[in-house]
Design a protein around this ligand. Structure first.
Ligand code: IMP
Length: 429
């Protein structure tokens, strides 16, 4: 099978954008299958930097981009993003972007509810991006969503808005937030309809045809396994399944269409938002990783929490996410550190555990067990072959492979697309 799925193997922000861009140049179709504009992918191409949230990264490479039904789509955010990249010289039209007609929409009431809930949580915030992702997914499983195809049926839209507002306004009032009126929402959606509907289609048909023609498809995950709504550090997670298994349901293809699964992991660890992070560093080294790695959220600009590579957690992500091989990014950020640590498991109530437990309080009580390795004085920055890496850096990579029980198939050694060490073409199957 010549398809590839890319997912995050930590808490997001692993540098998927660059890897997806590199792979997109070898693919014919790039599909987003979950998440929404909470994601932020930075692509550096020559002297241009593209910051994408919703658009599949392939559009930068002139490939066909598909937004699958597993995404939650904010129409205004999409149109704004299209305008932004158009101003940077890219062309986005229904020729090169297709959106699943059954994709659920994010309306202004979703971020309003997201923010009102976060405010009500006080000190127990999830630390969401405030983009309405959680409330939009709740509406999907609650069978209340307004979907792209509804924009073509004003009567359906009007009826569905009544049901949606009954639900949301009760919640918003209860939370002391301002309720929404129907008519302005309806007018806004009907005004957006002519701009959005031309992108909509049964993308599963197109993907089925692509399969028959042997086209190479790249499934582009957002967020990461430890933010998965089932398998992550619940409730400090996003509201979708981020594992590769969801690429099938979120795009409308069978599970055998997914092909090779690459898990992206930073050579250290970061997290934005709240929640457990056993290998987190609160010292000078953590600050140094943050500075050298430019660890600020693409979407929210929040500084990311930084820590040592957590091999126990990445191993968990490898198993649950169905990862066949890892892509290790930002190894150059570790250049010059005299000593490195890798978390190999946790101590919990006097016992040693090999993976993060599911229960919330148990997760927060996990103490990391570290193994220490010598650092390297040379530089990994810009290396394009293993021979160009300091010997100690190669040892670090090999140790990670052993601990996470997966091969490192690619290494990224700078933000530049070409500073990549690839052992084989992932599309070769
Ligand atoms: P939400 O997805 O906005 O509901 O946020 C839920 C959690 O997921 C928060 O901790 C966010 O910081 C985190 N999150 C959502 N999207 C991303 C991402 O693209 N990268 C990293 N963290 C994310």
């Amino acid at each position: 099978m010549a398809n590839v799925a890319v997912i995050g193997a930590q808490w997001g922000d692993e540098g998927k954008g660059k890897v997806v861009d590199w792979l997109a140049s070898r693919a014919e179709i790039v599909v987003r299958f979950q998440g929404g504009h909470n994601a932020g992918h930075t692509l550096v191409v020559g002297d241009q930097t593209y910051k994408l949230s919703l658009l599949p990264s392939g559009v930068v490479r002139g490939k066909l981009g598909i937004i699958g039904n597993g995404v939650v789509l904010d129409p205004q955010a999409l149109l704004d993003e299209i305008a932004k990249v158009t101003a940077q010289g890219l062309k986005v039209s229904p020729e090169n972007l297709k959106i699943a007609e059954n994709v659920p929409l994010i309306l202004p009431l979703h971020p309003a509810l997201d923010k009102a809930r976060e405010a009500a949580r006080g000190g127990d915030k999830i630390g969401t991006t405030g983009r309405g992702i959680g409330p939009a997914y709740e509406d999907k499983v609650g069978r209340r969503s307004i979907r792209l195809c509804d924009l073509a049926e004003p009567e359906t839209l009007s009826k569905k808005l009544d049901e949606l507002l009954l639900h949301h306004n009760s919640l918003l009032r209860g939370l002391g937030a301002t309720p929404f009126e129907k008519q302005p929402l309806l007018d806004a959606l009907l005004a957006l309809a002519p701009q959005l509907l031309p992108y909509g289609e049964a993308v599963w048909e197109r993907l089925d045809a692509a399969r028959a023609e042997g086209k190479r498809v790249l499934f582009e995950g957002a967020q990461a396994v430890m933010l998965d709504v089932d398998h992550g550090t619940y409730p400090y997670v996003t509201s979708s399944n981020t594992v590769a298994g969801n690429a099938a349901a979120g795009a409308g293809v069978g599970p055998d269409s997914i092909g090779l699964v690459l898990g992206i992991a930073k050579a250290y660890a970061t997290r934005v938002g709240s929640g457990p992070f056993p290998s987190e560093l609160h010292d000078e080294i953590g600050r140094r990783l943050g500075e050298r790695g430019h660890e600020f959220g693409t979407v929210t600009g929040r500084p990311r929490r930084c820590g040592w590579f957590d091999a126990a957690m990445v191993r968990q992500a490898v198993k649950i996410g169905g990862v066949n091989g890892l892509v290790l990014t930002k190894i150059d950020v570790l250049d010059g550190l005299p000593e490195l640590k890798i978390c190999t498991g946790y101590r919990l109530d006097g016992a040693v555990v090999k993976h993060l437990p599911a229960a919330m309080r148990a997760q927060s009580r996990c103490e990391p067990i570290f193994e220490t390795m010598e650092g390297w004085s040379g530089s990994c920055k810009g290396a394009r072959s293993y021979a160009q890496l300091p010997a100690q850096a190669v040892k670090y990579v090999r140790r990670i492979e052993e601990l996470v029980e997966a091969p490192v198939m690619m290494l990224s050694t700078s933000p530049d697309r070409d500073d990549t060490i690839a052992l084989r073409d992932p599309f070769a199957g």
